[in-house]
Design a protein around this ligand. Structure first.
Ligand SMILES: C[S@@+](CC[C@H](N)C(=O)[O-])C[C@H]1O[C@@H](n2cnc3c(N)ncnc32)[C@H](O)[C@@H]1O
Length: 427
């Protein structure tokens, strides 16, 4: 008996999909081509890769030297990532999905995306309902055998609520998946092309475990780790690009999805970041709070080289938590979109606040803010969550009479003598 049911990207599938779920709302955008309007259940919407990220990744794969063959996603969910690859590479794809409804929606999404693209990949592209680890059975169903998979991309389901999870809790489990598909992968100059989405919460030991799984099967193939961030310190995705999908000599890459749907990408070597506890901000220096995703990627050294002139001093005065902070003697080059994309706040240090920011100390804080010609002072420092909105409201009301002033923020720095607070004025 067949273990997989084949769904072609036919016109009928749209009708079946409409019975299961409605289509997502289109995102209005004046400047860019609109995102395709895809079928998704609420669960799929939570799990699926945003279209601009799918597309950027597909462009990256198109730049890699992958062999002839089809693109496989053995746990394809909504199919948006798989069909972004098909569209960008103009190659047939194979999606496999355990959940029958999701598989139908995925095939319908394939149809929608193929109608918006110029390629001729759709007639040979299929979604199978069934287990993505059953490699040979799935290929048999389509009359395929041997090394036919030019690239394998998988985004396994993972436990939703767990802070951390073991690798074998991913569905389908990646070890088993790789073993079953191994003999069907096309081997290019750098090995097979494999892309695996992992939890951004994966510990460094677990990242090493994934590398080992891959290197045990294909020793000495290159690896590029990729982080995707939507800002505010949120790392949405951690992905390993392996073998022919990796960029040799480029161990790390960062994609930052901007609110307008565009994506900034940069890549390079990883370096360890060290906190400089001796650094002490003085007037005229600059304090910059950066997206914590940048430090997780290890690409901060390269980013700082883009952000600051060579003559500027630079030290990381905080490296953990949601608000890593850089101290520099010169302002950052905020005209570069790559630099701006990772900055939450940047400002010139105007003065040190001599008191702790509490409700009782409102007056001296207002005096310092006035001295800095500020019309708003945003609290960007650690404080009691109950006090923060109250103090912010009082500062807003106390500064509202100076509408021509600049924006500023209050940052805290851990110094040798304990916590210190600094009033910073934004450029
Ligand atoms: C995180 S989602 C994939 C999301 C997809 N990348 C997207 O953009 O929509 C993981 C999917 O794997 C499916 N899945 C889990 N185990 C599977 C298996 N053994 N075979 C096939 N699909 C499986 C789940 O039903 C789920 O839809």
């Amino acid at each position: 008996m067949a273990r997989h049911t084949v769904i072609p990207l036919s016109s009928d599938v749209i009708g079946f999909a409409e019975i299961i779920s409605s289509r997502s709302n289109p995102i209005d955008s004046d400047e860019q081509a609109p995102d395709p309007v895809l079928f998704q259940t609420d669960r799929m919407q939570r799990l699926s890769t945003p279209w601009p990220v799918s597309l950027t990744r597909a462009e990256q794969l198109a730049d890699c030297r992958i062999g002839k063959g089809i693109i496989l996603d053995p746990a394809c969910g909504s199919g948006s990532q798989l069909f972004a690859y098909c569209q960008e590479l103009n190659r047939p794809g194979l999606g496999i999905e355990l959940d029958e409804d999701a598989a139908v929606l995925s095939a319908a999404n394939g149809r929608v995306i193929s109608q918006l693209s110029n390629g001729d990949w759709a007639p040979e592209t299929f979604v199978l309902v069934g287990d993505g680890t059953e490699a040979s059975a799935a290929l048999d169903e389509l009359g395929l055998s041997g090394q036919v998979i030019a690239a394998l991309h998988v985004d396994p389901a993972r436990p939703q609520d767990a802070q951390n999870h073991a690798l074998n809790e991913m569905e389908p489990p990646i070890g088993e998946l790789l073993q079953k598909w191994e003999k069907h992968l096309v081997i290019g100059n750098q090995g097979p092309a494999i892309i695996i989405d992992l939890s951004p919460r994966l510990l460094p030991e677990q990242q090493a475990e994934v590398e080992k799984l891959l290197n045990n099967l294909w020793p000495s193939s290159p690896i590029t780790w990729e982080w995707v961030s939507t800002g505010r310190g949120r790392i949405d995705r951690l992905t390993i690009w392996f073998g022919s999908a990796a960029v040799a000599g480029t161990p790390a890459r960062m994609l930052r999805l901007l609110p307008d749907g565009s994506v900034i990408s940069f890549a390079g070597s990883r370096s360890k970041v060290k906190q400089d506890r001796a650094a002490y901000p003085k007037s005229g220096d600059w304090l910059t709070i950066v997206d914590s995703a940048l430090l997780s990627s290890g690409l901060q050294g390269q980013w700082v080289r883009e952000a600051l002139p060579a003559e500027s001093s630079r030290s990381w005065v905080r490296i953990d938590g949601r608000r890593p902070m850089l101290l520099s003697s010169e302002p950052l080059d905020m005209n570069k979109s790559l630099v701006k994309a990772f900055v939450s706040s940047t400002g010139e240090v105007i003065s040190r606040l001599k008191v702790e920011p509490t409700l009782d100390n409102l007056s001296p804080i207002l005096v310092s803010a006035n001295y800095a010609y500020l019309s708003r002072l945003t609290l960007r420092c650690k404080m009691n969550p109950a006090t923060q909105p109250k103090l912010q409201a009082q500062l807003d009301s106390g500064l509202k009479d100076y509408p021509r002033g600049k924006q500023g923020f209050l940052a805290d720095v851990e110094t040798k003598e304990g916590n210190a607070w600094f009033i910073c004025r934004e450029p």
